[in-house]
Design a protein around this ligand. Structure first.
Ligand code: ZN
Length: 237
């Protein structure tokens, strides 16, 4: 049952999953309910585990049913705000069904974290702070998701044993996003193989960096741009 009151929804739904957020300490909870216009079950995020202390998923994967109240939060990056899914939604209430408002004993009011409002132009986050990175770019995330799936299918980054496919896709997606897509640009002439910056030789114009010696008494050797496979001993190269 859904009641729309401006930018707040109250609905009753079963909890389908409760997990730790992939790369943070908070929780992520998926409920059997979709925002109007969305094809996907709603996932709510938060920092305070105490909020979910009564939410237990049993061995069969069944979670309890609760009445949720959510409130429209910050708009996501690159979204126009036309759709409900363009926004983050903050959980502002979670109650056991049938509990009246006058029964504080068994309802679990959310310790609503203060909204991240006018924190300087850093990051509006979904669950009230703790965000140390800017909001994700949805288009870039989508691309990283696709690449993750392609690498798995191609067998380049196959699903490890004892891993669930969805968590593996998420891990790869997040790593591609953070470590590649959003990684700062390396300086020109950077050596990716050795992870070192190169300097230009004033004599030859070549870009190179010193390689570690393989044995005592070895002459200095260099990794020269365009000739990464060779160890170049003549420093004038
Ligand atoms: Zn190198």
């Amino acid at each position: 049952m859904t009641t729309a009151i401006e930018s707040t929804y109250t609905f009753t739904a079963e909890v389908k999953a409760k997990n730790k957020q992939q790369n943070r300490d908070g929780w992520a909870m998926t409920v059997d309910w979709k925002l109007p216009g969305s094809k996907f079950d709603l996932t709510l995020y938060g920092q305070h585990w105490d909020t979910l202390r009564d939410i237990v998923i049993d061995d069969q994967g069944n979670g309890p049913t609760r009445t949720f109240t959510i409130q429209q939060g910050n708009i996501k990056a690159d979204k126009a705000g036309q759709y409900t899914t363009d926004y983050f939604w903050d959980m502002v209430g979670i109650e056991i069904i049938g509990d009246g408002d006058n029964n504080p004993g068994t309802s679990s009011p959310v310790q609503a974290p203060p909204k991240p409002r006018p924190e300087p132009p850093t990051s509006p986050s979904q669950d009230g702070g703790a965000a140390s990175e800017p909001p994700p770019n949805p288009a870039a995330l989508g691309a990283c998701h696709n690449h993750a799936v392609e690498f798995i299918i191609a067998g380049i980054l196959p699903l490890p044993k004892h891993r669930e496919l969805d968590s593996w896709i998420r891990e790869l997606r997040d790593r591609f996003y953070r470590e590649i897509n959003q990684a700062p640009l390396a300086p020109l002439h950077y050596c990716y193989k050795d992870g070192q910056e190169r300097k230009q030789s004033s004599r030859t114009g070549n870009w190179g960096h010193l390689l570690p010696k393989e044995a005592d008494g070895d002459e200095d050797s260099y990794c020269i741009e365009g000739r990464e496979r060779w160890r170049v001993f003549d420093a004038s190269q």
